[in-house]
Write a protein of this length. Structure first.
Length: 349
């Protein structure tokens, strides 16, 4: 049993998940640059894993999904631990505290999480100087920035909200992701309807300029809707799709139904999402045009999971929930598993 697993079982599992996350983030991730050279020797992805996507060379195909580093405060530390890219956010135009706590719950038997965080963040403008500082580092991960709608902004005003953030963040992001798929902001998922999504994405595309732009979609859609969004994104000149966000489904869980019900509303992530996320990846890849970037996220835990996504057509793969159960050296283990499997990236040197 790994040291982190012992620590998790003895300490973190007894804590509120959000408190445990904050302790690891402040005590480990933000302090990691103090021993950055040592960590990079231990965790740096092998040169054979370099992959080119979105016109960018990524050190590894495996990165950290949005939601972990909401305020762009741990980019360098997360890169030092081996993540090839870090997608920060979700960032909103207005700073907001998110939903009332408790708002994150572990499903240990299912290796999953339920969260209704509600885009808690300090706002897009406040993150700008932190991202700028991270970009100055010679050895850093690729930096993605995920933007969303502020809770105080009416749905009919959502486009202006996204554009405001895009104008400030696109110039300093390696790529920008539009989040219209979180279940924890009222009205947000409704923006995935094509008649609402088209003007929003068109406006953000203009605001993003030359910065690669992707849209993040939910797993709880019919195939026809998924295909419609991919076709729309391609027609508007977006560079790709991130599939998928969390699910509102509670099917197939090992946890007792009454326990899950007591946790309340929120998005389910982790291992229970694995099968559906893979299905959506295959559907997106099947209908996406050549050169369209697909980032797969949802239920990824092991190097074998990452390989499965890459072989199913993903250009890049992200994880988040398994970090809770695997700890800070998770990306290192993923990268080493890819090397052992003989996988080579498209930009391997």
């Amino acid at each position: 049993m790994r040291p982190y697993t012992l620590l998790f079982n003895a300490v973190f599992a007894r804590m509120d998940p959000e408190t445990a996350h904050r302790l690891v983030f402040e005590g480990v991730i933000r302090r990691a640059p103090l021993v950055g050279p040592l960590l990079r020797r231990l965790c740096a992805p092998a040169p054979s894993l370099r992959v080119r996507a979105l016109g960018i060379d990524f050190p590894s195909p495996f990165g950290l999904a949005a939601g972990f580093d909401k305020n762009a405060e741990g980019i360098q530390g997360l890169g030092d631990f081996g993540f090839g890219h870090v997608e920060v956010g979700t960032l909103t135009r207005h700073a907001q505290p998110g939903n009332p706590a408790p708002r994150m719950f572990r499903l240990r038997a299912d290796r999953g999480l339920i969260n209704r965080m509600g885009f808690n963040n300090g706002g897009s403008a406040a993150a700008v100087p932190r991202i700028e500082r991270a970009r100055l580092r010679r050895r850093r991960p690729v930096i993605g920035v995920n933007i969303g709608k502020s809770r105080v902004t009416a749905v009919e005003d959502a486009t202006a909200d996204y554009v405001w953030s895009a104008e400030r963040l696109a110039p300093i992001a390696d790529y920008l992701a539009v989040n219209v798929s979180s279940p924890n902001t009222p009205g947000l998922r409704g923006l995935q309807e094509l008649e609402l999504l088209e003007p929003l994405l068109a406006a953000v595309r203009r605001a993003a300029g030359e910065t690669p732009l992707l849209v993040k979609i939910a797993p709880d859609m019919a195939d026809e809707q998924i295909e419609g969004i991919v076709a729309l994104a391609a027609r508007l000149g977006l560079d790709g799709v991130i599939a998928t966000n969390t699910t509102v489904s509670r099917e197939g869980l090992r946890a007792p139904a009454e326990e899950v019900e007591a946790m309340g509303a929120g998005g389910l992530s982790g291992a229970p999402l694995r099968a559906r996320s893979l299905e959506v990846l295959r559907r997106v890849r099947a209908c996406a045009p050549e050169g369209f970037c697909v980032i797969s996220v949802g239920g990824v835990e092991t190097g074998e999971d990452v390989l499965e996504r890459l072989r199913a057509g993903a250009d890049l793969v992200q994880g988040y929930t398994a970090y809770v159960y695997e700890g800070p050296f998770w990306a290192r283990r993923i990268n080493r598993a890819l090397v052992r499997a003989g996988w080579r990236g498209s930009a391997a040197v």
